[in-house]
Design a protein around this ligand. Structure first.
Ligand code: ZN
Length: 223
């Protein structure tokens, strides 16, 4: 899978070099382009920037088509032209519910940015120094991680433990578990497949951490 900022010269180049390889777009770059739209339609950009941005993120991150439609309708009611912009911009490459290939909840290129930041001071050096500098940094980092791991209490680091604890708290909204067909207190129905690590809310597939519906199944079925 190729990820890019959809720069106009990259589009034909990626298609030519990588042919059928899936080419997806960073959400951050699309957000910058999208935020130029409101002023074109008479909306004062500064006053509404945050509202429009949050609306845009709800459309892009909605895990299911149903939630995407709700988010897009909300945007259409606010300003129809903004929703039209979304629909005209290759949804399969950046809208979570429409992706033609999985992106595991990753909507930006944070890994590449982290790598650039990691190598920033080494880049001007000759290649042997660059490699040995990278290895030295890596050794220090691994040692630091090892020391941090010794402090873990339950086999995962504090942030993951906190995320799981937060997820665990939300289980209360599930009214019944019937053969892993879930009915939520708001009457929404979902299907959890533990063996395949999936839930029809799609959060488990996208983020890699089980959603609270899956945790509810495990807890209520005493698994
Ligand atoms: Zn779920």
């Amino acid at each position: 899978m190729i990820m890019s900022d959809r720069q106009s010269t990259l589009l034909p180049a990626v298609a030519q070099v990588f042919r059928k390889e899936y080419h997806s777009y960073f959400l951050r770059c699309l957000t910058e382009n999208f935020l130029k739209e409101p002023t074109k339609h008479g909306i004062c950009k500064e006053a509404t920037k945050q509202i429009v941005k949050e609306m845009f993120y709800r459309v892009a991150h909605a895990p299911t088509v149903g939630e995407y439609n709700v988010a897009l309708d909300e945007m259409r009611c606010y300003k129809a032209e903004l929703a039209t912009w979304v629909e005209e911009n290759e949804l399969g490459q950046w809208v979570a519910s429409k992706l033609t290939k999985e992106r595991w909840g990753r909507m930006n290129n944070n890994v590449i940015e982290s790598w650039n930041n990691w190598m920033r001071h080494l880049r001007p050096m000759p290649v042997l120094w660059l490699v040995s500098g990278h290895l030295e940094k890596l050794e220090k980092k691994m040692d630091q991680h090892k020391m941090e791991m010794l402090k873990w209490k339950n086999g995962v680091e504090d942030r993951i433990e906190q995320k799981l604890a937060d997820t665990y708290k939300k289980m209360g909204c599930i009214a019944a578990v019937e053969c892993y067909n879930l009915m939520l207190t708001n009457s929404r129905r979902l299907v959890v497949k533990l063996g395949q690590q999936t839930c029809t809310c799609r959060q488990w597939q996208m983020r890699g951490l089980s959603c609270y519906h899956a945790l509810a199944v495990i807890a209520k079925a005493n698994l």
